[in-house]
Design a protein around this ligand. Structure first.
Ligand code: PLP
Length: 454
């Protein structure tokens, strides 16, 4: 792109754009990163500089950019019909996709309701769970339970599910508190900062789940559903649960006769190993949400899957929910093409092999003076920075250590995110080459060392 064109874009950006989660004064004060095109896992900016996308566009990118199979499916569907809406009209792509999702999901999740984003898929699950209890004659079951620090989206319903943990989560909750519905939360399985004070893994009897047991006992008959991110809470700081934690949560939830919603929006599509993370512990929820990489990141589309038991409550009535773009044809056709690639190229096997490379590449971080903990589940990884390793004390926020590390990594050609709790997160695409992955971790390692040991 010509320099004058880039300058013009940056001026228009300063005058008109409004970015999510971005301190705007700071954004406008610097030369914005304008991504003009992409190749595989690389983003190329308007000045021609290349960045390795270590966050795969927030977990969307599954097969790499520019895959002709997906582009062709998109064009072919656009030629037939771009949209039809699912409001009392069907179309082949959505029906095929629903059947395909049902065949891939944990057994029993046979019904598929489409939406456009992870947040709206979770909203759908919340409404379906509550309306299910209304249909069953138990409308007093109107409270939802989530895990501390849990992240389920940005709509008011999903923000209502945030437990309070971490600076950003607290800030957002605090800002919107008067608009939110009440919800309850139970301990997160944070082994580095154990909520029940266990000092080592060997002591762990999953006592953190007692808070769920106690809560469901106390609130008997008032809870609609428990919602969890299965086995890892990415945005809370890559909190990886000990083995058996999800199965225990599911067991407690079932024993109390409460519905279980598993939010696979980020963990789905082999990011943590199996196609869906809950499969690793043999858990089949009542409702499951998927999104992000469902289309390989090429179009926004999400879905809420439900059992026949849930759907049965609506069979004779109507589920009062939906949107204009629910299950739109382009999105469904692209998702089908993405799932073809997922199976043809055995993405789970590739993700597993790449996760092993990541495990090895993360090892050197553990020796750095200010790295408190390194956590990983499949292709979700986090490095927690601490001011003092002995006491695990965090850095004073005004030092903005993780921001400085991310900026330095970016200047050196790697994009990663920081989340509350001074955790730098990596969400590499399964399509990333092992060499690129090592470039990602190597660049980040240098940035962490330079900033924290300067
Ligand atoms: N659920 C989980 C577990 C997520 O990680 C996210 C986003 O990061 C969402 C829901 C919200 O998805 P979206 O940003 O597509 O609304």
């Amino acid at each position: 792109m010509e320099k004058t064109d880039v300058d013009r874009l940056r001026t228009l950006d300063r005058e008109h754009m409004w970015y999510p989660w971005t301190p705007m004064t700071e954004w406008m004060a610097r030369d914005q990163l304008v991504v003009e095109r992409a190749e595989g896992c690389w983003l190329i900016d308007a000045d021609g500089k290349r960045y390795l996308d270590g966050r795969s566009s927030m977990g969307m990118n599954l097969h790499g950019h520019g895959r002709s199979e997906i582009v062709e499916a998109l064009v072919a569907q656009a030629r037939k019909a771009g949209e039809t809406t699912l409001y009392r009209v069907s179309h082949p792509a959505a029906v095929e996709l629903a059947a395909r999702l049902a065949s891939m999901a944990p057994a029993g999740l046979q019904r598929v309701f489409f939406a456009e984003s992870g947040s709206t898929a979770v909203e759908t699950a919340l409404k379906a769970a509550y309306a299910y209890w209304v249909a069953k004659g138990e409308p007093q079951r109107s409270t939802f339970v989530s895990m501390e620090g849990g992240y389920h989206g940005e709509t008011l319903g999903t923000v209502s599910l945030r437990g309070t943990n971490g600076e950003q989560v607290d800030m957002i909750r605090k800002t919107y508190e008067p608009l939110l519905f009440p919800s309850l939360s139970f301990h997160q399985p944070h082994c580095y900062r154990c909520p029940v004070g266990q000092s080592s893994d060997s002591d762990c009897g999953l006592e953190c789940t007692d808070s769920l047991e106690n809560l469901l006992t106390r609130e008997k008959g008032r809870i609609a559903a428990v919602i969890v991110e299965p086995r890892v809470q990415a945005l809370a700081g890559v909190i990886t649960a000990p083995e058996g934690h999800l199965a225990k949560v599911a067991e407690i939830t079932r024993r109390h006769g409460v519905l279980l919603i598993v939010d696979e929006v980020l963990t789905g599509w082999a990011r943590t190993g199996p196609t869906f993370s809950c499969e690793a512990e043999g858990v089949t929820p009542d409702l499951m949400t998927v999104g992000k990489a469902l289309t390989g990141g090429y179009l926004p589309l999400s879905a809420t899957l439900a059992t026949e038991e849930i759907f049965g409550a609506f069979r004779e009535s109507v589920f009062l929910s939906g949107s204009t773009y629910s299950g739109y044809a382009l999105g469904a056709a692209v998702a089908l093409a993405s799932l073809d690639l997922f199976e043809k190229e055995d993405v789970p096997a590739r993700a597993k092999a790449l996760a092993d490379v990541l495990t090895t590449a993360l090892e050197p971080f553990r020796a750095l003076t200010h790295v408190g903990d390194v956590r990983q589940l499949g292709l979700i990884a986090g490095v927690e920075l601490v001011a003092d390793r002995e006491t695990r004390a965090p850095y004073p926020p005004q030092e903005r250590v993780v921001d400085r590390i991310c900026t330095l990594a970016r200047d050196n050609g790697v994009l990663v995110n920081a989340v509350p709790g001074d955790v730098i997160t990596m969400l590499p695409s399964p399509s990333m080459s092992p060499d690129d992955l090592r470039f990602l971790t190597g660049t980040l390692y240098t940035a962490v060392r330079e900033v924290t040991e300067e």
